[in-house]
Ligand binder design. Structure first.
Ligand SMILES: [Zn+2]
Length: 297
């Protein structure tokens, strides 16, 4: 009798344990099911969000394509319009000098911006500052302008150009614009004496690889033909050559050097005469029509 009692107790205990285990696993299953449902719903939300992003992305791509086409069309239109615009680029080589302030005064009076292809003159830092402050472009004409040094080797030339870049940046705070004019022009033959017959070709290639764009000229003021050229000769040279300048773009060579007083005196008539011919004035940038005597490629 006692044994039976204790036997049924054991069975009830086992039943209880089994029932507990069943409840436990059932509740686990329900919880797992709920988790799955939650993940599924999150997943479908994410899929929906992805679809929306894909959609808007497609729309943006379409818009972008339309914009790109518009930009290209506008650029073409601008280039087409600028083709007919006559632009004069006054350029002054070899400065600064004792004439720089006088040149700047005329340019200011006539509201014209110019490009100064300067060299390195340690004692004239105030003039570089003034040129930059007045809104003119300062471009590279090598630090030393010394033919035997700069045209001796590619490395010499590069060093001299970089030396001027650092010098100008230190004074004006402006980063180099990588616009260059070769002393004597890109087609000079003097360089051969110092660096051999291929020296210009090698330098042109090397500087192009360094990201420099160089500009010769298509209008020569002739102020370097004599120690002091006649003022009227400078005016007539500039005005007659500009009239024939290709594409209506005149890159005018002048000098900012002590003896070149007649260049300063000629400036007002040059500016007035060019305006009468329909020219506007601009500074040289990398996009400027390239007057180059020697092509690199
Ligand atoms: Zn020069």
């Amino acid at each position: 009798m006692r044994r039976r009692k204790s036997g049924s107790k054991l069975i009830r205990l086992i039943e209880f344990i089994l029932f507990g285990a069943l409840i436990f696993s059932l509740s686990n299953m329900i919880m797992a099911q709920a988790k799955i449902m939650k993940v599924k719903s999150e997943n479908s939300k994410l899929t929906q969000a992805i679809d929306e992003i894909k959609n808007s992305n497609e729309k943006l791509t379409e818009k972008n394509e339309v914009l790109q086409t518009t930009i290209i069309e506008k650029k073409d239109l601008y280039a087409e319009k600028m083709k007919d615009v006559k632009i004069a680029y006054l350029t002054f080589d070899d400065g600064p000098s004792k004439n720089t302030l006088d040149i700047l005064k005329v340019l200011k009076d006539y509201n014209v911006k110019a490009t100064f292809f300067v060299n390195g003159h340690k004692s004239l830092t105030h003039l570089y500052k003034k040129i930059a402050k007045d809104g003119h472009a300062i471009a590279n004409h090598t630090y030393s302008h010394d033919y035997p040094t700069i045209y001796k080797s590619v490395a010499n030339f590069k060093n001299d150009v970089k030396k001027l870049d650092s010098f100008i940046t230190e004074i004006t705070g402006n980063e180099p614009n990588h616009i260059l004019r070769y002393p004597g022009g890109s087609n000079n033959t003097i360089s051969r004496k110092h660096g051999g017959k291929n020296i210009m070709k090698d330098i042109l290639k090397a500087m192009d690889e360094e990201g420099y764009v160089y500009f010769d000229w298509n209008v020569d003021s002739t102020d370097a033909s004599k120690y002091r050229q006649d003022k009227d000769k400078i005016v007539s040279s500039v005005l007659s050559q500009s009239k024939r300048a290709r594409n209506g773009k005149a890159v005018i060579l002048m000098h900012d050097l002590g003896p070149k007083i007649t260049t300063v005196q000629a400036l007002p008539e040059i500016i007035t005469g060019l305006r009468e011919q329909g020219f506007i004035f601009d500074v040289i940038s990398k996009d400027t029509y390239k007057t180059q005597f020697t092509k690199i490629k």
